[in-house]
Design a protein around this ligand. Sequence first.
Ligand code: ATP
Ligand code: MG
Length: 566
Amino acid sequence: MEENIEKNKQNFIKNIISEDLKNNLNNGKVITRFPPEPNGYLHIGHAKSICLNFGLAVRYHGACNLRFDDTNPETEETEYVESIKNDIHWLGFDWGNREYYASDYFDQLYEYAIMLINKGLAYVDDQSAERISATRGTPTQPGMESPFRNRSVGENLILFDGMKNGEFPDGSKVLRAKIDIASPNMHLRDPALYRIKKMSHHRTLNKWCIYPMYDFAHGQSDYIEGVTHSICTLEFEVHRPLYDWFLDHIAEGDYRPKQIEFARLNLNYTVMSKRRMLELVRKKYVKGWDDPRMPTISGLRRRGYTPESIRNFSERIGVARRDGIIDVALLEFSIREDLNQKAFRKMAVLDPLKVVLTNYPDGKVEMMTALNNPENEADGVREIPFSMELYIERGDFMEDPPSKYFRLSPGREVRLKYAYIIRCDEVIRDKNTGHIRELRCSYDPDTRSGMAGSQRKIKGTIHWISVDHSIKAEVRLYDRLFDVEDPSGIKDGTEFTDHINPHSLEVIENAYIEPSVKGAKHLDKFQFERNGYFCVDPDSTENKLIFNRTVTLRDTWARMQNNRIE
Ligand code: ATP
Ligand code: MG
């Protein structure tokens, strides 16, 4: 893995930029941009793009613009603008005063359209959208020219002005570029530039009743902002000739933005299209955009991911030229790696089984010293109360254990971490149900951790909580939201929502945590020994702590890597 990280430090985009700088392209400037459409919350794929664009700006002492690509009034909302800004800041990037909106360029874009009409390179088409698409041809067959294609410049100017002034109904006319209806590249077959949409826009309100199409707005916005490297995902590769065609007919001087494509991030067991995420939210398969099972940045944050872990993940996966699928285990590896360094350890029992120490004085309390983080001595120690009645995990006891079981079982011993060795003497059952209610154990007073005599070797060590000192908390355990690797690629007629994992959320109402977690703040992160990394959910109150499990401690990614090497 280290080797991969090394290799990725110089990705192909950096090679292109370095070469451009050598040639003094655009006066040796590097300006990138992150252009979200404010029609949903950002997800981990956007995070990749943010890290890439802002990262390149830092690397080349340039700048990165935040541009809201708000050309479609139908789906865009201010709520999304705010969440996007919040998420980018949280990831650790700042655009300074470079906050732009494509809608701020509507006047300029309109002027560019007039310019193209005047050059005989655009025309108003009266055909319906259906007709236009039906006469567009196929990749192997040329399209049919519109009967309106050869309108005079004067007539086009009058009609386009009429479109702008709201004289025509929605859908009755479009402005199209006049390029080549037989081009082998479908995107060059007289693409639409403007459509009529009598709809209020979240920023320009009712000023416009025509709106530019994405392709026309995007490259020109790059040009207006002085962007030098316009980095986008692979599906735009076929749009690049159009991107360049517009600029060739609009731009003055030598400066040109350059479009570069890279492979979008896909993760297995995850859906990332906004349409699908919106469906998950609207139909309440999840609790909201920030549900900890969502791949949104807000969901990952609530789940307990740190900005560093996401940035490291992004660096680690590098920049590819071909689409692929990244294993979600690698994302989990990145957060484990980060929290292993940062998260203080706590004892927490999620599935309690009561243990009574029959030879321990009733009412006595000893304070046991525990490391806050064995990875970092400077994090110091804390004290954990120990008493006669304890909880251990039900899973740490077996009545009839197999030979290699080293935890607690009748007549056998186990070490309670940071405390004593105990032996199970008796199993107490509920008279009616036969269910194991508690264990009667005895402790060996000569085995207190850290004391002389504590060296007695024993194979199993388990965690525990003193019943009287414990804090009750709700704990939410998460599993993958989908039980198939590629929920978006299903071709058997079922919906992606048919493949939601019914066990993706398990709520434990009463877990018992050591008292030192008292006063923990929203999003504070801990390792609950042996149970994983956990984070305080923002729904927590002073009286009720709620924890989300970020990940378990099982590192499936490292294991997969080792298997590969073997
Ligand atoms: P949709 O899912 O609705 O198609 P989108 O992914 O195109 O949305 P935008 O808001 O247009 O969303 O994306 C903003 C930027 O993020 C674009 O530059 C886009 O290329 C990039 N981006 C989006 N998804 C990914 C992804 N999975 N991996 C890398 N970059 C992405
Ligand atoms: Mg998009």
